[in-house]
Design a protein around this ligand. Structure first.
Ligand SMILES: Cc1ncc(COP(=O)(O)O)c(C=O)c1O
Length: 381
């Protein structure tokens, strides 16, 4: 694949570029905000969509029955996930699946545990459904984050559900099997439901253990959306092993008259979970990992006091800006005002520290330009 090419996405209804336009960002803006890659999709997926489009019927559509088995086998091979294809429920986006689970399996006023720095839609969905967010802080230790298990256990007494974000966005932390086991066994002890959002599971640079490998009772959500940049396909896979809970979830979907009638996502997902998909993914991950290395190398060679955290997973680089910024406003000033470089600053993730998350699934020249602008702005050459 040629990931070096800069393909124009402005004026294509792409949310992050449309947002940049609405906000009147400058022409030379480097947009590294939303987790939507600027790398072209796997050709086998594009071809499957084109072939499906050539058949002139776009009516009510059923998912192929081989798909659940494909998804489970794929996840088992990559993260030892222990998922039963018979328990799959096909949901639109991962965030919608989480919202549906909250509505089906918890009550207004119930506590929902999440870990800070946190992906903001978890908090938003909980709040808009009248659930209470309870926070367990991950603790920064040098270039990575660790668990505060004592606090985690203390918080479990006030919650009904834990949203486990594994791997973790925005820190890119991949939980070790020991860390997962510690959290899952405490949840069992306190009878707290666990929903494992494993949307980033395919995008790890080492090994990753799925929550279901350690506890077959947890609920899991998977999706090809982050793995293959298919967010526009609106397709995720929710596994609820407990029959009564699965039934409650089906009722919630029925109450909303939701049908998984997704013609193109069906074709795309089948093509994604394939040999061609796996080959594209390996290439894309290697490219992004090198982007992280190049960025870090350029900054550190120039003595820039910005510290990218260890990239364990995802294409999202979590950068510690404490070396030159006191707060979020300083980060905005440095990146946006002085460099025309747009990421998602720490406050989006409810952290008190000056951080920025940069989407580094971009052509290499964007990475080089971003580093160059930061070096120039900080005049540290
Ligand atoms: C942890 C996590 N969950 C869910 C989502 C959103 O997925 P979807 O677009 O399928 O709702 C994201 C997107 O970045 C994410 O990082």
């Amino acid at each position: 694949m040629n990931f070096d090419e800069r393909i124009e996405r402005r004026n294509t209804h792409c949310v992050k570029y449309s947002q940049a336009k609405t906000a009147q960002r400058p022409e030379d803006a480097l947009v590294m905000t939303l987790a939507d890659m600027d790398l072209p999709c796997c050709p086998a997926i594009q071809q499957a969509i084109v072939e499906r489009a050539a058949h002139p019927f776009y009516g009510y559509q059923q998912f192929d029955e081989v798909l659940p088995e494909r998804v489970c086998a794929w996840a088992k091979a990559r993260s030892m996930a222990n998922l039963d294809p018979r328990t799959i429920q096909i949901t639109p986006s991962v965030n919608t699946a989480i919202a549906l689970c909250l509505r089906a399996l918890t009550q207004p006023g119930d506590g929902i545990l999440i870990q800070n720095p946190s992906y903001s839609p978890f908090r938003k969905v909980a709040a808009l459904n009248q659930r209470r967010c309870v926070i367990n802080e991950l603790i920064q230790k040098g270039d990575h984050y660790e668990l505060d298990l004592a606090d985690f256990e203390a918080k479990l007494s006030e919650v009904r559900m834990f949203i486990l974000c594994s791997p973790h966005n925005p820190t890119s932390k991949v939980f070790s099997p020991q860390e997962l086991e510690a959290m899952l066994s405490l949840c069992r002890k306190h009878q707290v439901l666990v929903i494992a959002d494993e949307i980033h599971a395919d995008w790890v640079y080492g090994t990753m253990t799925a929550a279901s490998a350690l506890d077959p009772g947890v609920m899991t959500i998977l999706s090809p959306s982050k793995t293959f940049n298919l967010q526009g396909m609106q397709c995720s896979f929710l596994f609820i092993p407990d029959p009564a809970q699965a039934q409650a979830m089906k009722r919630e979907c029925d109450a909303l008259a939701y049908m998984n009638n997704q013609t193109f996502s069906h074709a795309a997902a089948l093509a994604a979970y394939s040999e061609a998909g796996a080959a594209w993914l390996a290439e894309a991950k290697a490219y992004v990992q090198e982007n992280a290395r190049v960025f870090s190398r350029l900054l550190s060679a120039a003595g820039v006091p910005l510290k990218p955290m260890r990239l364990e997973s995802t294409f999202l680089l979590w950068v510690d800006c404490r070396g030159c910024c006191k707060n979020d406003a300083d980060v905005v000033d440095l990146f946006e005002n002085r460099c025309h470089l747009y990421g998602s600053t720490g406050s989006h993730y409810q952290t008190d520290f000056p951080f920025i998350r940069l989407n580094i699934a971009v052509p290499r020249s964007v990475i080089e330009e971003a580093a160059e602008r930061l070096i120039r702005a900080l005049s540290v050459r």
